[in-house]
Design a binder for this molecule. Structure first.
Ligand code: HPA
Length: 277
């Protein structure tokens, strides 16, 4: 597939959405973006339509965090669901257009509810690693914004309001539904650093002072795009580790992946509920 990244972003988004529609990705209601170590969720869809990013115009994997790099589509829990298994992190591409592109395509395909997930470091010292947090709000410390550049007016306004990005009503419903299954969820503020180096202890103290409960290297670009298009957003952070300096020990990427494996089933239950509520 030839790369034509010089064409206007809006054209590329439309081309990709039309391509996926042609392949049978028909009017998805729910769009799920899976975070590090959490991609196995995509296997839950029965008889999925699976398309490799490498076969999708404008989505060539290049640098993608997961070896899959796949769009997975199907009926799940009675809803038409599209999953992006494999994320384009900002730290991999240094390009916000690329990072947020899957979210733009999902919005163009008609996704009404975005479920955006990630692994994150726990900044709040009253909480523990291994817990799940619903994102109530975010702080964008990336120094960039996916909406910088010519606005795509058909998608949303030049200056979108961000007051209600993570629906309070959906958070309340999800917390109640999870509690009924014996799963407790935290609620808090997610701060995005670019990575890929983990934060320093001083950066984590700074994040705490400015109101963050969790830190990570993703989610914010996609949430901004979903909100720009006026779609619902549920953000779920898996707090895989205590953030740098909270405990007197070094950080590692392997620790994050291992912890994600342990939470797999509970995480899937919560995403199921996020689809159903
Ligand atoms: N910091 C940033 N990103 C992360 C972390 C962290 O501690 N854990 C998982 N993703």
């Amino acid at each position: 597939m030839t790369k034509q990244t010089n064409r206007p972003l809006g054209e590329r988004v439309t081309e990709t959405a039309v391509f996926l529609y042609g392949k049978g990705v028909l009017r998805p209601e729910i769009g799920i973006i899976l975070g590090s170590g959490l991609n196995d969720f995509a296997d839950r869809i029965d008889k999925p339509l699976t398309i490799s990013y490498n076969d999708i115009p404008n989505m060539e994997a290049g640098l993608v965090s997961d070896h899959r790099g796949q769009v997975v589509y199907g009926i799940y829990r009675g809803k038409r669901v599209i999953i992006m298994a494999g994320r384009f992190h900002y730290y991999e591409n240094h390009d916000m257009d690329k990072t947020a592109f899957p979210a733009r395509v999902m919005a163009a395909l008609g996704v009404k509810r975005f479920i955006i997930t990630n692994a994150a470091g726990c900044v709040n010292t009253e909480w523990n690693a291994g817990e799940l947090m619903l994102i109530s709000d975010h702080i964008n410390l990336s120094g960039n914004n996916p909406l910088i550049g010519k606005n795509i007016d058909e998608a949303g306004p030049r200056f979108p309001d961000m007051t209600y990005t993570y629906s309070k009503e959906l958070r309340e419903k999800l917390i109640a539904a999870a509690a009924a299954k014996g799963i407790s969820l935290r609620e808090g503020v997610y701060a995005m650093f670019t990575g890929p180096s983990f934060e320093t202890p001083a950066e984590i103290r700074f994040a705490r002072i400015i109101g963050a409960d969790a830190v990570g290297m993703s989610t914010v670009p996609e949430a901004i795009i979903a909100n720009h298009s006026g779609r619902e957003v549920i953000g779920i952070s898996f707090l895989s580790n205590m953030a740098a300096g909270v405990l007197d020990k070094p950080m590692s990427g392997a620790e994050v992946t291992e912890a994600a494996l342990r939470i797999k089933d509970t995480f899937a239950e919560v995403v199921d509920l996020a689809i159903e509520i």
